[in-house]
Design a protein around this ligand. Structure first.
Ligand code: AMP
Length: 253
């Protein structure tokens, strides 16, 4: 079985995001970019499936600007066998929307016939939480979202999902799409020899046109603003004062 893992290049989660002064989006100039953390978890889980003999090949795929090849090299340094870059934009500020990404991933899946598409539950830049669900719909395949564990057994997978108030265990028929949550595993760091080895692994470079997909945006983003600054707090002198403030000023009790 092949496992296809879509990986997105996003602003590194440690970076304090700045909004562009004209409100047209987030400033990406000189900002550290990394693999979406949930996608690292998906790569790690795909590698574990291969190491357990449940998968033969792990293929990473990224849609975006040419610089996405850096995160594909990281995916291959972690252990992915090969990768596909779909170059769909020249300007890093052009985010490819979930529907276009899902259509492209479907085209890749039609070519590659993976038994499993393992992907992040959401990209931390736009927080859409939509691509996996859209892909499952386009492929007419079962999906399990927010997975914290997955076991593959022949033609089926048992997936533990994180839901409000606990864990839900579902069984799905493969091929399927599984989106992963934070607690699934701890991704490995690529070793130096593996970083070197990854440079020689295969990376196919494609365009949306190669798959007959129109990746142009359908959403109009009207504006992007910084979150409101937090108001300064007050130090109260006693529990009684706290209770009276909560009652009379905040009116929450
Ligand atoms: P989203 O629906 O944008 O929150 O993203 C959910 C997941 O879809 C991500 O964790 C990735 O696995 C995948 N994904 C989204 N956008 C891309 C992209 N441009 N390239 C590759 N994978 C993507």
């Amino acid at each position: 079985m092949k496992v296809l893992v879509p990986v997105k290049r996003v602003i590194d989660y440690n970076v304090k995001v700045r909004v562009r002064p004209d409100g047209t989006g987030v400033d990406l100039a000189n900002v550290k970019m990394s693999m979406n953390p949930f996608d690292e978890i998906a790569i790690e889980e795909a590698l574990r499936l291969r190491e357990a003999g449940k998968a033969e090949e792990v293929i990473a795929v990224s849609v975006g600007v040419q610089q996405c090849q850096t995160i594909l090299r990281i995916a291959m340094a972690m252990g992915a066998d090969r990768s596909i870059l779909i170059q769909a934009a020249d300007d890093p500020h052009d985010d490819i929307e979930p529907l276009a990404v899902a259509k492209l991933l479907k085209a890749v899946a039609d070519d590659e016939q993976p038994g499993l598409v393992l992907m992040g539950k959401q990209a931390i830049d736009n927080d859409m939480n939509a691509t996996g669900q859209m892909l499952a719909a386009l492929m007419s395949r079962p999906q399990a979202t927010f997975a914290s564990a997955i076991e593959v057994d022949g033609e089926r997978a048992t997936v533990t999902r994180e839901v409000d108030g606990g864990l839900q265990v579902v069984r799905i028929e493969l091929p399927a799409i599984v989106t992963v949550d934070l607690r699934m595993n701890e991704p490995r760091y690529p070793s130096l020899p593996n970083i070197q080895r990854a440079k020689r692994k295969r990376m196919d470079v494609k365009t949306p046109g190669d798959y007959g997909v129109d990746a142009s945006p359908r959403l109009d983003i009207l504006k992007t603003v910084e979150p409101e600054a937090r108001q300064a707090g007050v130090i109260v002198g006693s529990v009684d004062e706290l209770i009276s403030k909560l009652k009379d000023e905040a009116e929450v009790i």
